[in-house]
Ligand binder design. Structure first.
Ligand SMILES: Nc1nc2c(ncn2[C@@H]2O[C@H](COP(=O)(O)OP(=O)(O)OP(=O)(O)O)[C@@H](O)[C@H]2O)c(=O)[nH]1
Ligand SMILES: [Mg+2]
Length: 376
């Protein structure tokens, strides 16, 4: 590249960064109310466009990064700053042996381990520590954040001495286009060839009006579309839908190293972080409770199979997801079982009486169900 071209490229980068800063300032200075919500919506759309541009230019596509093969019934990633105890926790939860160090950045790659709990095999990933600016490419940040997009659950690990890390981690994850503990908003945008923007909503919108929706779509160069909104969304959620590249994941927040402070200090920190659980990875405090929490937040359920006229095998359940139906169970067992299914008898919480005959394949299974399948 010639010197001139390089200068031009640098200048372009600078102006994008400057514009981002400018709009961020504008948004933070504006008071949010009915009168300003239109303008703020448009600013947010412009900001999102600029950030997209900046990301595209900084190289490194999403999904790039460490190659991790998913195994087992679900995958959890341990996310935290350097030295908060991620490797120590991995070793406490699983059969893995990740190096533990008293200095930062001991772990430089992804170390997987398998957590066996209630017969489920859960893959736990120990990744390098994330720091401020990770999503923008600081440290191994981008690669680490790319890994979490492919997992089923995020475990935010915070150490008691740095409760302020939590908000930084949340921001990094957000900037990596991951949304935690929320569902994808119920909004459909169907582009059309003419007719402008038609917005219909099935609920009362309190944070956006049709005019703002239209203005925001135009910022993304969408001039014709049918928009159906079934939820009282805000501007950020609309942008998420327009950009269409967000991943929605459950997360749990865990406070570590509780053995290192007094209990009244711990209470204060809990008020700031509001963890789901407090543990000591090194002293093995709260680890069993954490295993239970991971299992339930992954939404895993155990199904026990029974053969006709025999007792159920209560030692080897099949692990499935909450919401799984008989059809899912059949197809997990054998490729022909769905077409050859006659009926099932089920013992458990989800049936009106024990041993009930079920003929519908879309019958939902419950944790602990005993299922006897009758196949042609
Ligand atoms: N007292 C105490 N020390 C802990 C606990 N968990 C981890 N440590 C110590 O904290 C230090 C860092 O632990 P690691 O497990 O290596 O931390 P990490 O998060 O994997 O760090 P990086 O790989 O550098 O990102 C080590 O000296 C551990 O022994 C805990 O619950 N209590
Ligand atoms: Mg480590």
């Amino acid at each position: 590249m010639g010197e001139q071209a390089q200068d031009a490229k640098k200048e372009k980068k600078d102006t994008t960064a400057e514009k981002i800063k400018e709009i961020e300032d504008l948004i933070s200075k504006s008071k949010y109310n009915k009168r300003t919500q239109h303008a703020i919506g448009l600013y947010k759309a412009q900001l999102a466009k600029l950030k997209e541009k900046q990301k595209a230019r900084s190289g490194g596509k999403k999904g790039e990064g460490y190659a991790v093969r998913k195994t087992g019934d679900g995958t959890v990633v341990l996310l935290g700053f350097p030295s908060v105890g991620k490797s120590t926790l991995l070793n406490a939860l699983t059969n893995a042996n990740s190096r533990v160090g008293s200095y930062s950045f001991t772990t430089l790659t992804v170390i997987p381990g398998i957590l066996e709990h209630r017969h489920a095999k859960i893959q736990v990933l120990d990744v390098p520590g994330v720091v401020h600016g990770a999503a923008a490419g600081t440290g191994r940040g981008k690669e680490v954040l790319a890994v979490i997009r492919n997992t089923d659950l995020i475990l935010f690990l915070i150490e008691v001495f740095h409760p302020e890390h939590f908000s930084v981690l949340q921001k990094e994850v957000y900037d990596a286009d991951v949304r935690v503990n929320q569902k994808s908003p119920d909004v459909k945008i169907v582009k059309t060839s003419r007719g402008g923007i038609n917005t219909g909503s099935t609920v009362k919108l309190t944070k956006l009006d049709n005019n703002t929706v239209e203005g925001m779509l135009k910022e993304f160069k969408i001039a014709n579309a049918n928009v159906t909104i079934r939820q009282d969304i805000d501007a950020d959620q609309l942008i998420d839908i327009i950009e269409g590249n967000k991943v929605y994941l459950p997360a749990i927040v865990v406070l570590n190293k509780i053995d290192m402070i007094e209990s009244n200090e711990l209470d204060k920190i809990k008020k700031i972080v509001k963890p789901d659980l407090s543990v000591s990875a090194e002293k093995n405090i709260g680890i069993w409770e954490l295993k239970e929490l991971i299992y339930s937040r992954l939404g895993l359920i155990s199904i026990f199979l029974k053969e006709f006229n025999k007792k159920a095998d209560m030692d080897e359940p099949l692990i499935m997801w909450k919401g799984a139906a008989l059809r899912d169970l059949c197809s997990k067992l054998h490729k022909d079982f769905v077409s050859k299914f006659r009926f099932a008898r089920i013992w458990g919480k989800g049936v009106r009486f024990q041993g009930m005959k079920i003929v519908k394949l879309d019958h939902k299974l419950e944790d602990g169900d005993i299922v006897e399948l009758r196949i042609k």
